[in-house]
Design a protein around this ligand. Structure first.
Ligand code: SAM
Length: 291
């Protein structure tokens, strides 16, 4: 396990993933009933962007760094507000030095009744995450293989929940593992909202991955992708993708509004692009005409 998220925290992929996670949480909170977030690959929760590691790659500068400085149209600012307000509140002096990972962001948005189960396999990272939430009865951190949690930890006892699967993709076969993991999890918890992350770069088997997801008997699967540069540029990722199962009915429209702005703000060359479409599900007549 060589992957350390500190090198990538706050980059364009984190921005899209965390902005969507915040929307999913806000949506869950439209009902008073409690929900649980199962974060299968949780990381350390809080990232110091002034650290040597984060400064070495500087990836956050082209992600959250650009977004915080950007002028956004009012509707998009509203969509991104739960996410950006959380980031800003960690950095009251203005200049950004702290960036919330998925468990910390979620916890910042929680109401008293909401719960987080966070899995992290790396012993050091798991210990750091546990320390971050020490004494917090709303959070349980477990040093565990997140893929196992997709079986044993579902359904949550609240019967309402979001499952975030954000693996490091350092091993072969991670796309297949996501498909298998989703199939297993969905059998146990078909009403859950799932958010699955995947990288986009030259040679990545995206089309086969999408086909495999389509072949699952899951009626509602939304896909959102943002590429910030041409995949001919082989340094780092060219793009980022999210699969959202059982998305809130408003999410596609929100992404339709936000993705062009995220592209505009974080593009690294003129080949930047975005798309958002149903892999499985209803495309309404209005969407068909607009898309
Ligand atoms: N979800 C985090 C966020 O958004 O802030 C970032 C997670 S990072 C991309 C992936 C994390 O998964 C790393 O911290 C890594 O140590 C951990 N990891 C790797 N394999 C794992 C496994 N099988 N189960 C749980 N965690 C794992």
């Amino acid at each position: 396990m060589n992957y350390r998220h500190i090198y990538h925290a706050g980059n364009f992929a984190d921005v899209l993933k965390h902005a969507v996670l915040a929307r999913l949480i806000v949506y869950m909170q439209q009902k008073d009933k409690a929900f649980r977030l199962l974060d299968t690959h949780a990381g350390i929760g809080l990232y110091d962007l002034s650290s040597e590691e984060a400064q070495k790659t500087g990836e956050w500068r082209d992600g959250i760094g650009r977004l915080l400085d950007a002028e956004l149209p009012a509707p998009v600012a509203t969509i991104l507000a739960p996410y950006l307000d959380a980031v800003r509140s960690l950095n009251p002096e203005g200049e950004i030095t702290l960036y919330p990972g998925s468990p910390k962001l979620a916890r910042m948005l929680f109401r008293p009744q909401d719960r987080l189960s966070a899995m992290e396999l790396h012993p050091d990272d798991s210990r750091r995450l546990a320390r971050l939430f020490e004494g917090d009865y709303q959070v349980r951190v477990t040093e565990l293989d997140g893929w196992l949690a997709l079986g044993a930890h579902l359904p949550p006892k609240e019967k309402r929940g979001i499952v975030l699967v954000d693996p490091p993709f350092e091993l072969e076969g991670e796309y297949e593992r996501i498909v298998d993991g989703l199939a297993r999890a969905y059998r146990r918890f078909s009403t859950g909202v799932y958010c699955l992350w995947y990288p986009i770069k030259r040679g990545a088997p995206i089309a086969a991955f999408h086909e495999a997801l389509k072949a699952l008997e899951i009626p509602k699967i939304l896909c959102a992708e943002l590429s910030v540069k041409s995949d001919r540029d082989l340094t780092g990722l060219s793009g980022t993708g999210l699969i959202i199962v059982n998305p809130p009915f408003t999410l596609k429209d929100e992404l339709h509004a936000a993705l062009p702005e995220l592209k505009r703000v974080m593009a690294q060359d003129r080949y930047a692009s975005h798309r958002c479409f149903w892999l499985r599900g209803e495309t309404t007549e209005a969407e068909r005409q607009r898309d």
